[in-house]
Design a binder for this molecule. Structure first.
Ligand code: K7E
Ligand code: CUA
Length: 633
């Protein structure tokens, strides 16, 4: 308490001084419309107060942002933008022992990295329910589930026939399914060899629906749909009026990969590409009705043989983002080479499907007539990529080329309305914005207060760290008529998408309680030093170890060179943050065990000699004494 009061007293005047200093010295001229536009210092003070979270105070939101090819997810608080935690997903993370124990090592499947792009929350009736977080791997075609009770990755699934799972993870409004899709088409089925000269005919894309178990969150493959060899890019799941549909943008409808032809050129010849639209309930039913063919263990539906599951919707060429508005009625597609964003009306799309109002058919997939389903083309600006929403009928689109965010009004529009009047505000951001996210922006009821711009570069608005300029995340206040820049944060490389959830929606556990029903019982857990044991069977040695402040039981393990050693370690602490580590020097063993947790590590004792093991996590005054010996005869 006294600490808190003290820090308040000291820090509050400090921040005012800092703000005044910024105005006074003028060394760093305010950049960005938010501050410059309001003319001088008062805005900086307002921004400082809006983002300052005093020591001991808590942020209003969790921001989960993907770490790109670092393979991880990073957690920050909003509005402070402070980094709070790292959740290892697709890459080992020594800090939490992730990827070192048997279970997480097996989950990583031999890979040391992934390319995490799009996190998504589980939803109940279109609202974030704080249960799970899903994220795709764009490199290895995988999908992961994180439990938000303990912020740990619980499952990584790989499905056959998918190449580069980019259009993922997007969750249906009651978490029935989550999307996966092929970004870079390859010969079908998986593992087939066909030269790129046969790209148009032998290469295929796949869109997949993954079932989410409503109790456990467990992911299983529902269906795959065979698609022409386009690049399936971003996705979204319908909600409200569009519940039942999934959407993916795609480019390279030219279906070409010409050696030395430069895909950027060959894939931009046609005026229009498409949004793929799938009726996921119809696809699930088709599999149930036996209409799928098993290919490499996956039920694959071919739209040339199974109708009424998939459609194409024309969209300006080389599109990137597709986003469903909070009501679910407006589907927004953005073509990165077009200065406009296209709004479609799901009511018109459903009508076009019912009336068979099609322009043509591609590989069995009907193409809806563009003029029949389009509501409007919005001149948002150059390089539109992704769109997010507030609670007042506004959309926010990131403009990659312009390095700006455009705010515009969603329909309905007046008859013959000049679409330029729909754009209500624009704010410049540091450099080449990719995704953007608003608070609860993918739910049915966005909060309309904060937006985070995820910029690909930060233009060096920080202390220099050499030739590589870190990415930035800029916090923008969207609560008023004009967007205001509040804060620059510098993220781990490389953020793609992020999601933001009200902090009180997440209920975390403090420890793994001995008798907690939620977590599966580990059969190798031991809770008293008397249960500690070492058993030998042939050349296999199994150890049941216990750890508690400040010892290991047993603290000496004797094996013979060449033995296979399996150690189960239980941390019997029932106090929050009382972690213990278990590292065997020179054996590359690094386990971290949370309070009440049991972990297992298996390895070969291939180096003779005596090796110390110790606790890596500072756990008490006698933490240094927490050690033992691993003897290899
Ligand atoms: Cu970077 Cu969503 Cu993978 Cu756009 S994606 S920017
Ligand atoms: Cu246990 Cu340090």
């Amino acid at each position: 308490m006294s600490m808190w009061v003290k820090s308040r007293i000291i820090l509050f005047p400090l921040i005012v001084l800092f703000a005044i200093g910024m105005i006074g010295c003028g060394k760093r001229p305010p950049r960005g419309k938010g501050r410059a536009g309001a003319g001088g210092g008062s805005d900086i003070t307002a921004a400082a107060l809006a983002t300052y979270v005093a020591p001991g105070d808590l942020d209003e939101y969790y921001l989960f942002y993907s770490g790109g090819h670092s393979g991880q997810i990073y957690v920050a608080g909003v509005p402070s933008m402070r980094h709070i935690a790292t959740i290892p997903v697709f890459a080992p993370y020594p800090a939490t022992g992730y990827g070192f124990d048997d279970e997480t090592k097996e989950m990583l499947g031999g890979y040391t990295w992934g390319d995490s792009h799009h996190p998504a929350f589980s939803e109940t009736d279109g609202e974030y329910d704080g249960r799970w977080l899903f994220i795709n791997d764009n490199a290895q075609g995988r999908l992961a589930r994180i439990d938000l009770r303990d912020f740990k990755t619980k499952q990584i699934i790989t499905i056959p026939n998918i190449s580069a799972n980019h259009g993922s993870s997007f969750v249906t409004q009651n978490s029935e399914m989550v999307t996966m899709a092929t970004r870079m088409s390859v010969p079908f089925p998986q593992g087939t060899y066909a030269d790129v000269t046969e790209y148009a005919t032998k290469y295929k894309g796949i869109a997949a629906g993954i079932n989410i178990n409503p109790e456990s969150g467990d992911l299983t493959l529902g269906w795959e749909i065979l698609l022409p060899p386009f690049n399936y890019d971003l996705g979204d799941a319908g909600k409200g009026e569009s519940d039942g549909y999934m959407f993916w943008t795609c480019y390279n409808s030219e279906r070409e990969f010409i050696e030395n032809g430069k895909l950027e050129v060959t894939a931009s010849q046609k005026d229009k590409d498409y949004i793929l639209m799938v009726d996921w309930r119809a696809a699930s039913k088709a599999v149930k009705d036996g209409k799928a063919k098993m290919v490499k263990g996956a039920p694959v539906l071919d739209p040339a043989k199974v109708s009424d599951i998939a459609w194409f919707v024309p969209l300006a060429k080389s599109p990137h983002g597709v986003d469903v508005s909070p009501s679910g009625r407006w589907i927004i597609g953005s073509g990165k080479l077009s200065p406009t964003t296209t709004v479609y009306d799901i009511q018109k799309m459903k009508k076009a499907i019912a009336d068979k109002d099609f322009e043509e058919t591609i590989d069995g997939i009907p193409v809806l007539t563009y003029a029949s389903v389009r509501e409007a083309e919005i001149p948002v600006g150059l390089g539109p990529l992704h769109t997010q929403f507030d609670d007042r009928g506004n959309a926010y689109t990131s403009l990659f080329v312009e390095s700006a965010v455009a705010k515009w009004k969603l329909p309905p529009y007046a008859d013959g309305q000049d679409m330029n009047t729909v754009i209500v505000d624009k704010i410049p951001v540091a450099y080449n914005i990719g995704h953007l996210v608003t608070a609860e922006g993918d739910s049915k009821s966005p909060d309309g207060n904060y937006l985070v711009a995820l910029n690909k570069l930060s233009k060096g608005r920080h202390l220099s760290v050499g030739p590589s300029i870190p990415e930035s995340a800029q916090l923008i206040d969207i609560s008023g008529d004009k967007m205001k820049l509040l804060y620059d944060a510098f993220t781990e490389p490389e953020p793609h998408y992020a999601v933001m959830i009200k902090a009180d929606k997440i209920e975390t556990v403090e420890v793994y309680k001995k008798d907690d029903e939620y977590w599966e019982k580990n059969p190798n857990a031991i809770w008293t030093p008397e249960e500690a044991d070492i058993k030998r069977k042939g050349n296999k040695v199994e150890v049941w170890m216990l750890t508690v402040r400040s010892f290991f039981a047993p603290d000496v393990i004797r094996v013979n060179r060449g033995d296979e050693v399996k150690i189960h370690i239980t941390n019997i602490e029932q106090t929050r943050d009382e972690l213990h580590g278990f590292a065997i020097n020179d054996y590359d063993i690094n386990i971290v065990i949370d309070p009440g947790e049991t972990k297992t590590v298996t390895f070969k004792a291939d180096k003779p000699g005596v090796y110390a093991f110790y606790c890596t996590n500072f756990c008490s005054a006698l933490h240094q004494e927490m050690q033992g010996y691993f003897l290899v005869k």
